[in-house]
Design a protein around this ligand. Structure first.
Ligand code: URA
Length: 221
């Protein structure tokens, strides 16, 4: 959980926003051992929307860039459809190394363990304090729990306004991979519509906050 802090403490936390080198050197959990590399967040300075996913997938692990695989391409298409330019979005993950199990030669996504999410939290916290987005969009349950510091269902989180401990509004939504995994056309269409509507809602909240990131005291600027 991110705690409200004075400027000096904020600056110290923001210093933890990871560079690629920090992540490649990170030994805070065991995921680095089998991953190709650490995958830092990406986006322009001052982006009002921060999208937080779970962890890099196979393609992200190989390329070192978040959201470039199938789920990422779908997410980027939805952002486009929602009319949200890439220049307004910073994308990152709760966990910065790929967690997987080998099935034959294939690397299959494995949900990161709670201790791995906790070990990686210092990096996410650093990004949140450095970027100071106007709105945080959490994609899936792991990202939501990592940002708010406790587990609640996406359904419950979508029902009411929620914010992180700095007061930054959170739009909790489903992970785009849930759309790819949906069992049939109707489920896929329903999830797609929900994710799209949530992205539009997040962009509207960000515009209401002046369309800009928040300053250290939590005010839009
Ligand atoms: N899924 C995520 O949560 N993050 C990525 O970067 C890619 C897929």
């Amino acid at each position: 959980m991110i705690r409200r802090a004075g400027k000096a403490r904020d600056d110290a936390i923001a210093d933890n926003a990871p560079t690629k080198e920090h992540l490649d050197d990170c030994r805070r959990c065991d995921l680095w051992e089998h991953a190709t590399q650490g995958v830092p967040g990406e986006g322009p300075p001052g982006a009002p929307l921060m999208l937080v996913g779970e962890q890099p997938g196979n393609d992200e692990d190989l390329e070192g860039v978040p959201f470039v695989g199938p789920a990422g391409r779908l997410l980027r298409a939805l952002l486009d459809e929602a009319g949200i330019p890439a220049a307004r979005v910073y994308m990152t993950n709760a966990v910065k190394h790929f967690s997987f199990v080998l099935r034959g030669k294939r690397r299959i996504h494995k949900t990161p363990l709670q201790r791995q999410v906790a070990a990686c939290h210092v990096w996410l916290e650093g990004e949140l304090v450095r970027e100071r987005p106007a709105v945080i969009v959490t994609l899936g349950a792991t990202a939501l729990a990592a940002v708010i510091g406790r587990r609640i269902s996406i359904t419950d989180a979508r029902a009411g306004p929620i914010a992180d401990s700095q007061g930054t509004p959170i739009v909790a939504t489903y992970h785009p991979s849930a759309i790819l995994r949906a069992p049939d056309h109707d489920a896929r269409a329903a999830l797609r519509a929900t994710l799209l509507a949530d992205l539009v809602r997040a962009a509207k909240i960000a515009s209401g906050a002046g369309g800009k990131r928040r300053d250290a005291a939590g005010q839009g600027r």
